[in-house]
Design a protein around this ligand. Structure first.
Ligand SMILES: Nc1ncnc2c1ncn2[C@@H]1O[C@H](COP(=O)(O)OP(=O)(O)OP(=O)(O)O)[C@@H](O)[C@H]1O
Ligand SMILES: O=P(O)(O)OC[C@H]1O[C@H](OP(=O)(O)OP(=O)(O)O)[C@H](O)[C@@H]1O
Length: 214
């Protein structure tokens, strides 16, 4: 039995077709309503968590595997305590730096940056030699420059709609984000065969999906 912390929401929804293509019946996950622990194929215990909590469950050894966006890993896994096993290619979006059209990026003042990803923002601005103030925000990040809370944001964009309708423009494009299958290193040793059976199955369907999308 494998225990898997699955990011509920977008990441979960994009994983379901991949699992189905592996021949795993996902009906209990699709019809779960408010249930938070779901067993699939008598083999996989999925626990449904917020993305921010996946690494906590893995580090504490509560679960063997996790499915999480690489945005969360960029923020929380700089020390590589969690092992990345497979890029699922799903949940594709991109980190951006954005601000109002008329924001003067040459301002001599210390800029204020609003973000859900303070570590990612800190690394970006330190890589360009800028000392900024970072304010952590839980959501609706685009509001920060609109309300005067911050000068600019570091956030994710997918379709660009949220930026466009809120009149923000991209100043810089950072990493592309996709969902990843990750493991706790102890489980990787103890349950290697079970884990790699799933990894191999998923890798095959990920490669097929990529081929079909060419
Ligand atoms: N357009 C997008 N905006 C944000 N996240 C996206 C987007 N597209 C894919 N993702 C992925 O989905 C994950 C977030 O999933 P979702 O938005 O369903 O959760 P949330 O509950 O809104 O976010 P959070 O847990 O940060 O509050 C991100 O970590 C990212 O990897
Ligand atoms: O480019 P788009 O397709 O418009 O997607 C990007 C938006 O989606 C995410 O927010 P989410 O919907 O997760 O809401 P949140 O602000 O509450 O996190 C992200 O933080 C952007 O605001």
């Amino acid at each position: 039995m494998l225990k898997i912390a699955l990011t509920k929401g977008r990441v979960e929804q994009k994983l379901i077709p991949l699992l189905q293509r592996c021949g795993i019946d996902c009906d209990p996950l699709i019809n779960k309503q408010r249930k938070l622990i779901i067993t699939l194929a008598d083999q996989y215990h999925f626990i449904l968590v917020k993305g921010d909590d996946v690494c906590t469950y893995l580090r504490k050894g509560t679960v063997d595997l996790g499915v999480v966006g690489s945005d969360v890993l960029a923020e929380q896994n700089a020390d590589n305590q969690v092992d990345e096993l497979l890029d699922l290619g799903t949940g594709r979006c991109q980190f951006i730096v954005a601000a109002k059209q008329d924001f003067n990026w040459q301002t001599p003042h210390r800029k204020v940056i609003g973000t859900k990803y303070p570590e990612v923002a800190r690394r970006y601005f330190s890589s360009i030699g800028e000392d900024v103030e970072i304010i952590k925000i839980a959501g609706s990040v685009e509001l920060a420059p609109l309300t005067g809370l911050a000068d600019a944001i570091v956030d994710l964009t997918e379709t660009g709609t949220t930026l466009r309708v809120n009149h923000l423009v991209v100043h810089d494009w950072l990493d592309v984000i996709t969902s990843r299958l990750v493991a706790n290193p102890v489980a990787l040793k103890q349950k290697r065969n079970e884990i790699f059976k799933l990894v191999d199955q998923l890798q095959t369907v990920v490669e097929e999906s990529e081929y079909e999308n060419i």
